[in-house]
Ligand binder design. Sequence first.
Ligand SMILES: [Cu+2]
Length: 167
Amino acid sequence: MVASNRLVVILLLLVAALINNASAKTYMVGDMAGWSIPERTTFYDDWATRQSFTVGDKLVLVSTGVHNVYEVSSTDAAACDASNPLAIYPSTSPTITLSSEGSHAFICQFPGHCILGMKIIVDVMTSTPTTNDTGPSPPYRSTSNGFPVAPAFSPLDFLHRHLPSPI
Ligand SMILES: [Cu+2]
């Protein structure tokens, strides 16, 4: 009984982990165009508006030339100001985890590249944990025939709690 309950808990944890992995996505910024000076200055904005990002998702910026990635505030991104970076990704093709909700903005710091369109601002939503929080509890309450599956304590514990303890 105890062993099988433990197995159920492990299985539920595995399922929860699989669901979490399934919901975290990896995005190739710009799709086939990668991270480069785009043909239109609004290219990355247009690309971003077609996606919906949640916390834990990853951005992969594949440079198709000599570029870099600076994370900046949305205001600095709009102004193409790389002088106050929040993070610098010198790697040619960084993978960036969107670890918090809100706006995240990235620009290329090479002179002129941001103004030519190498900037992207993404809005990151929180994942929806409400279903995960309430999901696993009902199976513990009762089986289909109404018998409890996992009592909070064993009958022996019950006796120990309710009988006067021997002196
Ligand atoms: Cu660049």
